[in-house]
Each structure stands twice: as C-alpha cells, then as structure tokens.
Design a protein. Sequence first.
Length: 396
Amino acid sequence: MEDEGIRSVEETETPQLPPKIALTLNGGNSEINTPTIPIEWWLGEDVIKMKPTHILFIEQDQSEIDDIHDEDAGRRYLFPIEQSPAFLQMFSSGHHRLMAIAFGSREHAKQYLKKYKATDYYTVSVDHHRVRDGNAALGSTLVEFDIPVGVFADPPQSKLGKIGWYWVKLWTKTPKDECFFRKWVVPCILLKPPVFAAYHVIRFIAGLVHALYVILASVLTVFAGFRPRPILQEIRDAIFWKRYDWSVLRYEARYLVGGNPTFRLWSYRDRKATYMPVAPFQVAGIALIAFLSYLVVTNYSWLTFLIVVAGLAATIGSGAFAYLHFDHWQDQLKSDRSKRRIDWLRKNLGLANKKDRVDLDDLPVPEGVVAKGVQKFYVGFWTLKMKVCKPYDKKA
C-alpha cells in the first residue's frame, strides 16, 4: 500500500477536487533512499488546456524551510514540460520539501531563476503554501520527504584527498558531488593558475571582437531604420563582458504601450513616440533606383528601363505579399502543432496515467527521432550518474 508521507497541497486542503499537478517520487514513500531523485509529473486537464510549456521545481532542506527568507531560498530547476522524468540532486540529509509550478511560457518561468548578486537568494519570492495560479503559474503542488544520512558520498579522508579538496574549494567552490571533485581536482592543482591568466587575455581579445560586432550591428540597425542602443556604452560593456544578449535594439515592441511600431522609432518618452522622417535604407533604395534609371536611360532604350522597373516592382510586390501573409502561415502552423502537443500531453502526462513509481524502462515517448535520442541519452546519463556521482551531504 502506498505510503501517505508525500501529499500535495491540493490533496490535503481540498480533497474533493483533483490536483492540478501531481508528482511521482520513489513510490510515494516519505523517506527517499537516494540523494538523486528521478521525478515524473502529471497534469490535470485544466492545466493541459492552458498549454503549459515548462515546469519549475523549488527544493529546500529544513534549514531553508526555517529561514526567515524561506520564500527566496533553496534551489530551483526549470525543465520543458515534455522532459519527463527529471533528475534532482539533494545536497543534505533530513527533511525536504519540493514544489512544482507549471508555466505557460519560458519567459515567465525564467524570472523565477534570477538571483541576487553574491547571494543564494532568488529575486522572485514564492509562498509555498499559496501560489497564485494565473497567466504565469498554471498550477502547482507541494510534496515533503526525508533523506537518511547514509545515502550520501563521504568526502575524501586521505591526506592527498584532503589537499585536493582544499584546492578545489579555493579555485571553484565546495564540491557538490563526486564527479565535480574528480573533474576539478587535477586542473585546480596543476593547471588552474596558467589557465586563469590565459583565460583573461583571451577574454579581453574576445571582448574586442564583441565590440566590433556591436559597431557593425549598430550601423546596420540604423541603416534598417531602427534605433540602436548608445553605441559607446555598448562597446564598453562588450569589452568588459557586461552585455548579456546579442540584440543592439534600443526599443523593442514588447516594451512599448499602445502598439507603437519600432520601425523608424527614434525616441519614446512618456508614452510619446518620435520617428525618423525616413529610414536610411529607403533613401539608399531611392538613390539606387535613380542611378539605375539614369544608366538605363542614357545607355539603353526605354523598353529596357520599363523591364527593369517592372522587375523591381514584381520583387517588391512579392516581398510585400509574403510579409503580409507570413503571420497567417505562422499562425496556422502553430495551431496544428499546438493541437498535436495537447494530445501528446493528455496521452502521456495526464493525471489519468499517473504511476505509483518512476519506471525508467516505461517513460513517455517524445515525438521525433531527435527528441527520442535526446531522451535516451539524458536518462542513460543520469542513470549512470546516480551510481558513480553521489552528492556530498553539506551537513557532514
């Protein structure tokens, strides 16, 4: 009979209603016998209809549960909703709680992964007892379990092992599992100092290349009729690696109010937009047409001129037609994919299919040859890692 130690908030507070999300961990037992846990999730029909894309896990040990800032503490992991199962490593023995939240977009979910600088606290707080389900969070559940002391790896006890442990901590951070320690022990002792110096030289050179990209991309952006970010500031940030995306656009449509287009937009203040009178490429296009017309009229016949003009008109017209109908084609394609995806979620991750135990030999089969190969590699990798890369208990 399944142990009642793991229960969701929905199951405990509103037993008359089915939970929006359910989890399968180790057969429902309240004590987990491994520090690396395979997890499967199951979605209610109301969540499936809202087209979830990602699931966020928030894991905390007892010290983080008791923390005055418990809503910001712990470890958070984000997975595509189709990537079932997931494998989570626990890094301390004792009591744990795990929350799962489904999201309808990666953009919303990623906000929950941001941390304050130089801290282990996240910038977006989560009340583990009352998550508001809305446009961002489509559903949630909370489970609690215990992990015994004896399932974790022991830190190295020999003199040489302790030296290696010290150097790894000095150059990186406290090893979290056996693989991390094995990976870094030799490089930290022998290679880290010269590599550290070479890294900063290469990083500076790459920053100069990045700055060159900023210059070229900004020039092309202006030419295309869009306002780039302040170029001198962007060059400085590129050299010192303070830029975190490839875009050089100063204004993007998602940040504007009232549907203001970004094409030829030069400034946007107090919801008032100021536009360039004409885009540089339009001026260049007119100049090119005038130059070609001059060559044709002075060197060839009017018939040739008309043929050139007709060709240009046909090219521009076909481009405009494709542009006007592109959104329709995209919407139709997205609609077909969305229907297939919902059917797949209902068939493979619906609550009606919930299992009592994670069976790595009987998993949801993703669509596509590539996705199947990725799943096989992912599960095989973590199955091996569970055996040879046990986490260390931070309480030890």
